[in-house]
Write a protein that binds this ligand. Sequence first.
Ligand code: SAM
Length: 263
Amino acid sequence: LFVDHPLAAGQPVPLTQDQAHYLFGVMRLGPGAAVLLFNGRDGEWRAVVAEAGKRGGMLVCETQTAPLCPPPDLWLLFAPIKKARTDFIVEKATEMGVARIMPVQTQHTNADRIRQDRLQAHAMEAAEQCGATAVPEVADLAPLDRVLATWPAERRLMWADEALAGRPFAQTGDIAGAGGSSALTGDIAGGQRGDPSGLTSGFGEPRGPWAVLIGPEGGFSAPEQARLRAMPQIVPVRLGPRILRADTAAVAALTLWQMTLGD
Ligand code: SAM
């Protein structure tokens, strides 16, 4: 259970009404029952029910059962799609381990606002479900242009570029940069560009930090593609020959990152 409260041996942890309803009403727990808690900072702790009531309750921390295991320093940028599928992307990104989830507005993005608090709660529920000890930060919706204008120089951007899907892999060449050989297992299409920054010299060196970018149902516009291709940190990625739905592409790209560059 996620609690926004410090966790330490002997620490009393007051419960909200919702948490009390879940533990005592839905799970039917009572005094003395054990509960595993995490707060995203102190790892996972075993606590016992000290007081159980309809409107609240109290747990007392006993022992730490797992240290904090922060997710990799990986960001997922994606263009929001329909609500249920956006929820799906947030849930799968949390399960697969990302530090930050950044909804971005692109020219063809249908959504012009998101419920950031609802998506953050969804990430928390996904973390509870998969036993994570940290919850990714879900940012509010921001224009892709603004995000790219302040892009950190050291962070490489794996861009799922659907324009590469139609081309046979052989034509797209290997990874970007000075002859770096692709160490990735997926179809990787590097930009056919030099690499003055050295940032994309071969995927083989998983020098991070990294981010993954997934576009909207309507794909990236031509100006967006040109802007992305001009970024020294960019690494265009082909996720196979077919056009995937955005939620499928998010899972595929995160899997590719995890299998090849994840620590
Ligand atoms: N026009 C298509 C459509 O309407 O479905 C393309 C959009 S596609 C669903 C959404 C995003 O998934 C794309 O912008 C891209 O980031 C990613 N994507 C889908 N298939 C891909 C592929 N084969 N290679 C690379 N990226 C892909």
